[in-house]
Design a protein around this ligand. Sequence first.
Ligand code: VGL
Ligand code: ZN
Length: 197
Amino acid sequence: MSALIVIDVQNDFCPGGTLAVPQGDQIVSGINASMADAEAVVLTQDWHPAGHSSFASEHKGKEPYGMVEMPYGPQVLWPDHCVIGSDGAAFHKDLNTDRAEMVIRKGFRRSIDSYSAFFENDHSTPTGLEGYLRTRGIAKLSLVGLATDFCVAYSAIDAAKLGFDVTVRMDLCRAIDLNGSLETARQDMVQAGVTLV
Ligand code: VGL
Ligand code: ZN
């Protein structure tokens, strides 16, 4: 069985949001269309408490898109985004959420970021999505959403490492592209055995 995994199609990642991905809203209608022939649909939602440690505003003298060293490794600092319960954390108004059988929220621990839908950025704290998919007999995943080079790529690579058969629909993703991060993500996904179409 297969599933369509829709990553972080939320207001803050769309034009007008605090961490807007260029053209982030342009994939919404295509994503809705791809739900029609999906066997199962899972949505993910970036979901941070106010004062999350990935926010540049929490680090004196640091600017958004700078770097810090966290106990789990290097971490990009972001503008405040997807704060729990805020309009920015809500799904884009045109995203069809009716087909979603599961919504997985991530990044809700203040001290650790979570790009991947499977593990937090320490690469060991699970979100529970793996167990959900396996217990439903889902082995094949198609990933779409935002942002190609962060949450989509991290999710795709973790899924491939876990043994899922993973395809990323690049036409239904958009990237932040920080210092060549899109090309790096592309190479890392291919290296991990992810199919890019
Ligand atoms: C994301 C940066 C911070 C994403 C989430 O959804 O790609 N990027 N939080
Ligand atoms: Zn985030």
